[in-house]
Design a protein around this ligand. Structure first.
Ligand SMILES: Cc1cc2nc3c(=O)[nH]c(=O)nc-3n(C[C@H](O)[C@H](O)[C@H](O)COP(=O)(O)OP(=O)(O)OC[C@H]3O[C@@H](n4cnc5c(N)ncnc54)[C@H](O)[C@@H]3O)c2cc1C
Length: 422
């Protein structure tokens, strides 16, 4: 979040009713503010939508969230029931050398990684400017970078560790003393006073992600106005802006041209998501079990990752014996995937699911969503833009930027950040 409210006024105008706009509007309404939210679209939710198909629900964007005690309290107050991943389906896989593995490093690579973890780096990084890749090379080595970190980053940002700035994307990993080992830095971080963090759990709203949108929409009632594109920023005492970078650039152009121009250089990853339904009997070794699989780019597949929806959560398929998966394609390393036609995507998925999961049939149904700009890249460029915005347009009291690029990309992160709202 960038900026702060003007406490002398109790009215707030929110622009954008994606999840970020709805969350901030709900929180302010609860705190007694008079809130009005405007969105240009005919429905609220922005990227998030749960489509209904004859085989089960299909999420277009977020399909789950990481839940800590604060997030859990937030949802129970909202009256939304969350479901955890089935206890017997918690395995996460990485594909390496043609096989799905729970731990993708060899014995020798593991020994070398442990040694590096306890050693001082040969070339210490600059913690404020280093990319995630530079940090990993300095402290953990190439095998961890390629086989663990890179697929994980693909799963969250659809980008590579080279494109992300450590301090922007993973601030908790920034070493306090980059000349020392990672082990020393972790111990140092644990010694710092403050509440102990509990490990968040992967959960999903029982009624799908859209149930959260509908609930927030119901609480806001007539204070949420749809089909209302904002062309000019209104002169109001408190303004919260929750729109994507190009739209913010347009809106602040005449107020803060320097930030507007910098915002146009913020990039987002392109992504295709496909919710695919199949018969369980069409998998050679039985239906996939676990949370999902991520695929490093050097494995020669175009699929970035697959989430095993019906294995992780209930209610993901309407017919017994069928399987629901979410397949991701594209990302910054394969933007051409967005130009593939529906049949090409289907053919590619069927072929690669065969290699990954022993799939040997046809899909019963697939829902394809193409995002030109799916997830903002938490890069050095974004860092610079945030600095400009906080000194520029959002330096004036009564103006806030609350979006998936102002601090946190995930819904858990957004809810955590709302505590800072003042
Ligand atoms: C494929 C995919 C998978 C994801 N998976 C997860 C996940 O599993 N867990 C997780 O936590 N996160 C996930 N995310 C991230 C998360 O879904 C997004 O960060 C979040 O939905 C973004 O919400 P937002 O409100 O910031 O932006 P948006 O959803 O883009 O909302 C912006 C809103 O502003 C409106 N708007 C734009 N211009 C104007 C204007 N001029 N006037 C009025 N309204 C305007 C738009 O209509 C839109 O409704 C995923 C994202 C993608 C793309």
């Amino acid at each position: 979040m960038i900026g702060r409210l003007d406490p002398n006024h109790r009215e707030v105008t929110v622009i954008g009713a994606g999840i970020s706009g709805l969350l901030v509007a709900y929180t302010l309404k609860k705190r007694g503010f008079k809130v009005r939210v405007f969105d240009s679209a005919s429905r609220a939710g922005g990227l998030i939508e749960t489509r209904t198909t004859a085989f089960g629900p299909a999420e277009t964007a977020a399909h789950s969230l990481m839940v800590n005690p604060d997030v859990s309290a937030f949802f129970s107050e909202l009256g939304i029931e969350l479901e955890a991943v089935h206890p017997e389906s918690k395995a996460r896989f990485i594909y390496r050398n043609g096989k799905m593995r729970r731990f993708p490093l060899t014995f020798l690579e593991t020994l070398r990684t442990i040694w590096r973890f306890f050693s001082k780096p040969a070339h210490p990084i600059d913690p404020t400017r280093a990319t995630l890749a530079e940090w990993a090379r300095a402290h953990l080595g190439e095998p961890v970078l390629k086989n663990l970190l890179a697929p994980f980053v693909t799963g969250v940002y659809a980008a590579t560790p080279e494109e992300l700035r450590l301090a922007t994307a993973f601030p908790s990993l920034v070493p306090s003393d980059p000349r020392r080992s990672l082990f020393w830095n972790f111990l140092e971080a644990r010694r710092k006073p403050g509440p102990k963090k509990t490990r968040p759990k992967m959960m999903t709203p029982k009624g799908g992600m859209e149930s959260v949108i509908l609930r927030l929409q119901a609480v806001l009632g007539p204070d949420l106005v749809l089909n209302q594109p904002i062309q000019e920023l209104p002169e109001v005492p408190n303004l919260v802006v929750c729109v994507p970078p190009p739209e913010l650039a347009r809106l602040i152009q005449k107020h803060d041209p320097a930030s507007a121009s910098a915002l146009r250089s913020v990039s987002s990853s392109p992504l295709v998501t496909v919710t695919a339904f199949a018969k369980g009997t069409d998998f050679r070794n039985g239906p996939p079990k676990g949370v999902g699989v991520l695929i490093p780019r050097n494995e020669g597949l175009r699929i970035l990752g697959v989430l095993f929806n019906s294995s992780s959560f209930s209610g993901r398929v309407l017919h017994p014996g069928t399987v629901s998966m979410t397949v991701m394609l594209g990302g910054t390393t394969d933007p051409g995937a967005l130009r593939l036609g529906d049949e090409e995507i289907t053919g590619l998925i069927v072929q690669e699911l065969g290699l990954l999961l022993g799939f040997q049939g046809n899909l019963l149904h697939r829902e394809i969503t193409r995002w030109d700009s799916a997830i903002p890249l938490y890069s050095g460029t974004l860092d610079g833009v945030r600095g400009l915005l906080s000194k520029g347009f959002f330096s004036k009291q009564g103006r806030i930027l609350f979006t998936n690029y102002s601090k946190e990309v995930s819904i858990r992160g957004m809810i955590d950040t709302l505590r800072l709202l003042s």
